[in-house]
Design a protein around this ligand. Structure first.
Ligand SMILES: *[C@@H]1O[C@H](CO)[C@@H](O)[C@H](O)[C@H]1NC(C)=O
Ligand SMILES: *[C@@H]1O[C@H](CO)[C@@H](O)[C@H](O)[C@H]1NC(C)=O
Ligand SMILES: *[C@@H]1O[C@H](CO)[C@@H](O)[C@H](O)[C@H]1NC(C)=O
Ligand SMILES: *[C@@H]1O[C@H](CO)[C@@H](O)[C@H](O)[C@H]1NC(C)=O
Ligand SMILES: *[C@@H]1O[C@H](CO)[C@@H](O)[C@H](O)[C@H]1NC(C)=O
Length: 332
């Protein structure tokens, strides 16, 4: 970081010197040029002493994450917005509505009529919790890219945050996220998310093919918090013969404004119509098992027959907005 400031100082230095020399009052003093060289050389010295110091600190060199993910296709379309791609698995975990009611803060209603209008045959007395196991790739804005990271958690869609009995919000109270990616970690924590810096398997991709499985196309994903025993999530998914939930249901809940402590909302716009979702990559229906140990659930949970989709999408993200801005959002 400090060496970056020095780089800027070094870059600006000749410009400052030029301006000083151009200034008529200063021109008479011959010492200006000497001052310029001395200070330039000292900055240069500091700069290299500094990078040497940071090279020492960086040992051993961190392994570079090389992802199989396709590039962000919309970065140049929305240069002034945060964009990226999200590759991974999204699954629907039916849980008893009574359990959902215990887990979701009591001040927020659950819009059962909203999910029933999208899923008329969803089992009575049940609520669709969501698991997302994702790899964020080429996240950028104004040409500045942040390093890729992974994240996973259980989320609660169709929440009546505004008490209007109509606008659906998604509550995402906790998240396992790649340790060391300070920009992403801080970004999540600023929403009041219970964020667990974690290691992921695979480290730089959305999932890994299990080669010794009896079901071809089975993939694996896992996350473990650095803080021992604090949180974990693992998932094993194989191709499903049919889609249990319509694509529109996934489009709907993934695009609900998301909150954690309710102070601000995250408007993540997932696009299902860009090149990363199109053939030959496509959207694959999957079925699998998810094991999780993370709040607000207590103890280790295991859910089998979790139906979902494996896909990549592009996204545009508008951060830290007043939740009130989304009254009526999506009712178009
Ligand atoms: C998504 O990730 C998987 C696993 O790394 C990879 O095989 C696939 O090509 C990726 N999809 C896209 C569109 O990048
Ligand atoms: C891009 O960012 C601007 C400014 O924050 C915002 O007004 C606009 O809605 C964003 N574009 C999209 C497509 O979300
Ligand atoms: C919320 O809206 C639904 C659908 O319009 C309606 O059936 C239900 O009675 C409403 N609930 C309340 C508390 O107003
Ligand atoms: C893709 O979908 C978004 C909304 O989800 C829409 O705004 C956009 O126009 C679509 N783009 C194309 C090329 O169809
Ligand atoms: C999601 O579904 C609900 C319930 O049918 C609907 O009111 C809302 O407009 C949908 N939102 C989006 C973004 O499609």
């Amino acid at each position: 970081m400090f060496s970056t400031y020095l780089d800027v100082a070094l870059l600006c230095h000749p410009i400052l010197a030029f301006l000083t020399i151009q200034h008529p009052k200063m021109r008479s003093k011959p010492t200006n040029l000497q001052y310029y060289f001395v200070s330039f050389l000292s900055l240069l010295f500091l700069r290299y002493a500094c990078s040497y110091y940071f090279i020492l600190l960086d040992q051993p060199a961190p392994t570079v994450c090389v992802s199989k993910d396709q590039p962000n296709p919309i970065a140049s379309l929305y240069p002034g917005n945060a964009t990226g791609t999200l590759n991974g698995t999204i699954g629907v975990i039916p849980i008893p509505l009574t359990l959902a009611r215990q887990l979701i803060p009591p001040q927020y209603g659950i819009l059962e009529h909203a999910y029933r209008s999208l899923l008329p045959s969803f089992p009575q007395g049940m609520y669709p919790a969501i698991v997302q196991a994702l790899h964020d790739h080429e996240v950028q804005a104004f040409g500045f890219k942040i390093p890729d990271f992974s994240r996973t958690g259980i989320e609660f869609p169709f929440i009546d945050l505004l008490h209007d009995n109509s606008t659906s919000f998604k509550w995402a109270p906790s998240l396992l996220m790649t340790a060391g990616n300070d920009v992403a970690l801080k970004g999540a924590m600023d929403y009041g998310t219970n964020t667990f810096p974690s290691t992921f398997e695979p480290g730089c991709d959305a999932y890994r093919t299990v080669s010794n499985s009896n079901k071809p196309g089975t993939t694996f994903f896992s996350a473990t918090s650095l803080k021992s025993g604090a949180a974990s999530l693992s998932a094993l998914f194989s191709p499903a013969k049919y889609e249990v939930f319509p694509l529109d249901f996934f489009k709907n809940f993934t695009n609900q404004p998301t909150f954690a402590d309710g102070k601000t909302c995250d408007n993540m716009i997932r696009l299902f119509n860009t090149s990363v979702t199109a053939e030959p990559y496509g959207i694959e229906p999957v079925k699998g098992t998810v094991r999780a140990h993370l709040p607000p659930f207590t103890g280790e949970q295991e859910w089998t027959n979790v139906y979902g989709l494996r896909l990549d999408t592009s996204f545009i993200e508008n951060n830290y907005l007043p939740c009130e801005n989304f009254r009526g959002y999506g009712s178009g």
